[in-house]
Design a protein around this ligand. Sequence first.
Ligand SMILES: *Cc1c(COP(=O)(O)O)cnc(C)c1O
Ligand code: SF4
Length: 328
Amino acid sequence: MVATSHPKWHRAIADAIRDPHELTDLLGLPPTLALESQQAANAFPFLVPRTFVERIRPGKPDDPLLRQVLPRPEETACANGFDTDPLHERQALRAPGLLQKYPGRALLLTGACAMHCRYCFRRHATAPSLAATADWQPALDAIARDPSLREIILSGGDPLSLADESLAEMIARLAAIPHLRRLRIHTRLPVAIPERVTDGLIECLASSRLTPIVVVQVNHAHELTAACPDALRKLVRSGIPVLNQSVLLRGVNDSPSALIALCEGLADLGVLPYYLHQLDPVAGAAHFHVPVGEGKRLVAETRNHLPGYAVPRYVQETPGQAGKTALA
Ligand SMILES: *Cc1c(COP(=O)(O)O)cnc(C)c1O
Ligand code: SF4
């Protein structure tokens, strides 16, 4: 039991870096960067696992992975049109932890994040996720009452932060609802802590009556180094479809070369680029904004270099729409 309840990935979550000074020390960066981050970290805590930090280049304040995790003073600035609930998630809550905006599919918000991405649209925790111990019954009852639902998406927080036993129980309870056919997992854990992709996890996903689909989130090709490629390949080779979604981020992937390297790196692993999201206008993330016109030109350039299947759909989420809006 001890071995299964404290696997390696679980220790990696517990051992994540929570003090920006430790990060700047480790990476040989000026301590002023950590000092400057304090106020922003008070609003949305700093959190990054060491397995992600291994992929940040030392001594480079502009590193695209560092930019995704280190709080910046810009986060505390107010920006027009950027607010705490940009997607109006509060209105879409069907039961605690259950969010439905689109026909046929609904999101179950489960688990906790293994890292805090500074651009995250849920950074203000507008629709709190269900912890491992929370009561899932009201959400499961609402799903059971709605035969139009075909697919449940376990989303964040991060559902793969749940222990295998909790995840297996959740999946079993969903599989017992006859009208459900597919189970999608939206997760950043195979990237944040690649050790999370264990044989037990794959068995848990692959053995369900529900068809599993895993959607990871990688924003820059450098994330696909260290243990991450093997973890993704392991998922792909198990036969589970693996897709990727990225967010278009200023200073991270807003150049043709960065976007092409990312898509190509994913395709090399058999992971299909699914969506490139226009940044949701969440308060604190305005410095990541790339205008839509520029995004369209970037995607057009990507299309000139890559096979069609390796070009993600550039989309935006607009409150009140029955699906994501295609931008290119
Ligand atoms: C993005 C999203 C989905 C999934 O949309 P797909 O186009 O099926 O990937 C489902 N529900 C909500 C609330 C979403 O934001
Ligand atoms: S892991 Fe996902 S939900 Fe969590 S902070 Fe990052 S983007 Fe947001």
